[in-house]
Design a binder for this molecule. Structure first.
Ligand code: 6R9
Length: 695
């Protein structure tokens, strides 16, 4: 401990803190050491052994790199980008941006004019540098004993066959392809195959309902949808193809039809016999794809050509198609992967996220494969057959880096520690957390019980929109505080602003914004640049607004406090309250609905719905079930309300706006904090709601 304190003080005297580079002044506090020492008990230091071998092994080294990254972003990122293969180098400045809507349209460009291909950089480039026989994917099925693996060269063969097939059925550069698959190896294969030919993939999480899938199909109009017949989740088999068929029927009502539905026969879950089939549109993957050649020309694309679309929830009902482009995303996902997890070529890396979410894009597929990593892909659920499954998998593959979500940590924490301690886990060296704030008690359990008190935890804060990690500890560089995402990644300039959009310095709390672009930033919302500007750049002029609240403590550490908009975070899944409300009101017996998030022990937040029924309809358990079912059907099981609160009326202002602040207090039973209700159109509804709380 003493040694580290001295190290921090020593850094102080050596480091010249530049003025003007905003964030560095906040970091300055940390370097001063005194502030840190006052919270000694809350700090967790990396071991000297870990720090010694880390890519970034001291605050000083971090600060030197960070300083350059914000003072000369183009130079910093160009040096890193040069490590990738470019068919042609960018001929314009590496970065151009307008972050201020008052000066014109928001635009972000990185490496414009450069020609590259992310699939080539993931596969061909690693194979050429001697990794042909290195395992790219270790696949672990839902049921223990089902497993598979692919080396980098085998993966390239599979990807090329699919690329050739897609080209053969008419998919061209810029065309959208929807992928609706569980965590089979075919999922990353399909992503990479699209990227190889310049097609834009849009992966839809296979837990989404047919209606959600249809909504996305209608929005991006794919030529091809890639799916499988069925998947096993725990002991249950789910017919995915039926869901896709229902989505096609729904899309057709909106005049959108899909030419080809490429269906993988997932024999581990179910044989193909009995699958509903539409000749001419539906095609079995196994009958065609393997017949294609295992080499396929690369489509060289501009750095600013789109790579993928990923729909995410916002504060209005319609999901937003977040668009990422190629060059910047490639450089950013690879670099954040390397540093946030201190990745080394000998690591075996496992991220439990599904490729249906951004974490699976950046940290199952692209980031790791750009680094030539061996990645574990797990099809199943972490508690099947029992709560020790994750640690069995860690021991089986000798996983060294394990990246997961706080909700999983909390759910496993409730089970007996024996599920953990029956395994060795000695291969582990770095742990990671993402998706929501990790509460200090879960952090400590993860650190002590899972990581044997020896593995730093990278609590990575970021978003679908940011493409990669934005605020994270670099393991080995900083002493950690359980529950804090710590400091910004290279090139990221987070600021905290007040409600007027004025930057607040030092110890403070407010709205988290970002001041300038980073290569992994999303470039637009598909088909709706105006909504992009309105949602993210207009709330606080001159900044990207994240939608999150954040505190910065006296040492400059960042503590994320959750969403400040109408988005709730259930088990790390983003759900717009408006989406759930519109599903509820589509029920013939529901007149009105208002949804808020409430604290939930395992999920982080639970969904709490206030429902007003159409005139005269009596409450019943049956009706409650049917409302919940409607949400499951329209969005997916993960969005099902935890609680339906019958509401004869909702608290509204005289102008008709629902007062969610009051609903949140009622939902969390903080009745003495309901506050002033005199501005309500009908103040008595609050009492009614309180009376009905336990019905
Ligand atoms: C990567 C991902 C983004 C929202 C984000 C924030 C929350 C994510 C977090 C975190 C605290 C962390 N969030 N990581 N909050 N600490 N380490 O999750 O993307 O699904 O778009 O969600 O998740 O609220 O705004 P996405």
């Amino acid at each position: 401990r003493m040694a580290t304190d001295n190290k921090l003080r020593h850094v102080t005297s050596m480091l010249e803190v530049p003025s003007g580079a905003g964030k560095i002044s906040a970091l300055h506090a940390v370097i001063l050491g005194e502030a840190l020492a006052s919270e000694e008990n809350d700090l967790v230091f990396p071991s000297d052994d870990f720090a010694r071998q880390a890519h970034v092994s001291s605050p000083q080294q971090y600060l030197e790199m960070y300083k350059r990254s914000v003072e000369d972003p183009a130079g910093f990122w160009s040096d890193i980008a040069s490590q990738f293969y470019w068919k042609k180098k960018w001929d314009q400045p590496a970065c151009s941006e307008n972050f201020d809507f008052r000066k014109g349209n928001i635009s972000i460009q990185w490496f414009k004019g450069g020609l590259t291909n992310i699939c080539y950089n993931c596969l061909d480039r690693n194979i050429e540098s001697g990794n042909a026989d290195k395992i790219a994917i270790y696949w672990e099925g839902n049921d223990p004993g089902f497993e598979d693996s692919l080396t980098y060269s085998q993966l390239l063969d599979r990807v090329c066959q699919l690329s050739n097939y897609l080209e053969d059925v008419g998919v061209k550069k810029g065309d959208a392809v929807v992928i609706y698959l569980p965590m089979l190896m075919e999922l990353p294969i399909a992503m990479l195959a699209c990227a190889r030919i310049g097609a834009v993939h849009s992966v839809v999480f296979a837990g989404f309902s047919s209606e959600s899938l249809a909504q996305r199909i209608v929005d991006c109009k794919p030529k091809v949808v890639i799916t499988c017949n069925a998947v096993k989740r725990g002991a249950k088999a789910i017919h995915l193809k039926d869901i896709v068929d229902a989505a096609f029927a729904e899309s057709a009502k909106n005049g959108i039809s899909v030419d080809v539905c490429l269906t993988y026969e997932n024999q581990n879950a179910m044989k193909r016999e009995g699958t509903k089939w539409q000749e001419g549109r539906d095609v079995w993957w196994q009958d065609f794809v393997p017949k294609y050649p295992t080499t396929c020309e690369v489509e060289w694309v501009d750095a600013e050509d789109p790579l993928f679309l990923l729909y995410t929830s916002g504060s209005t009902g319609k999901p937003k198609g977040v668009l990422h482009t190629t060059g910047g995303y490639m450089v950013y996902s690879a670099t954040t992967f390397k540093y946030a997890f201190d990745y080394k070529p000998s690591d075996i890396y496992w991220c439990t996220a599904d490729c249906g979410w951004i974490t699976g894009h950046s940290y199952v597929t692209y980031g790791p494969m750009l680094n030539g990593a061996s990645v574990v892909v797990f099809e199943g659920t972490p508690t099947y057959p029992d709560a020790g499954r994750c640690w069995d998998i860690v021991d089986k593959f000798k996983v060294t880096i394990f990246y997961t979500a706080p909700t999983l940590v909390r759910s496993l924490m409730r089970e007996s520690d024996e599920h953990v301690t029956r395994s060795s886990r000695k291969s582990l060296r770095v742990l990671g957390s993402v998706g929501e704030p990790i509460n200090p008690s879960a952090w400590r359990w993860f650190f002590n019980v899972v990581g044997g008190s020896r593995c730093p935890i990278s609590d990575t804060w970021w978003q679908t929109e940011t493409g990669g990690v934005m605020i994270t500890p670099l393991p080995g560089a900083w002493p950690q505080k359980p529950g804090s995402a710590t400091f910004p990644f290279f090139g990221v300039q987070p600021v905290i602003v007040d409600e007027k959009g004025v930057e607040i310095e030092g110890e403070c709390s407010g709205y988290l914004c970002v001041k300038s672009s980073w290569p992994g930033a999303f470039r637009t919302l598909y088909g709706d640049h105006e909504r992009y500007e309105t949602t993210y750049f207009k709330p606080f002029a001159g900044y990207y607004f994240t939608g999150d609240g954040c505190c910065r403590d006296k040492d400059g550490y960042h503590w994320l406090t959750g969403r400040v908009d109408d988005v709730i975070n259930v088990s790390g899944h983003r759900i717009g309250t408006a989406e759930v409300e519109s599903a509820l009101v589509s029920h013939p017996k529901c007149a009105e609905a208002a949804v808020v998030g409430v604290e939930h022990e395992v999920k982080g937040q639970g969904i709490y719905a206030f429902v007003t029924l159409v005139d005269g309809e009596p409450y019943s358990e049956e009706l409650r079930k049917s409302l919940v079912l409607t949400v499951r059907k329209q969005i997916g099981a993960f969005a099902a309300p935890d609680k339906i609160h019958w509401a004869p009326g909702l608290p509204k202002t005289r102008s008709g706006k629902i007062m969610r602040r009051i609903l949140r207090k009622i939902a969390s039973k903080q009745l003495d904090e309901v506050g002033d209700t005199s501005t309500l159109a009908e103040p008595h509804v609050v009492e009614q709601l309180i009376e009905l709380a336990d019905c």
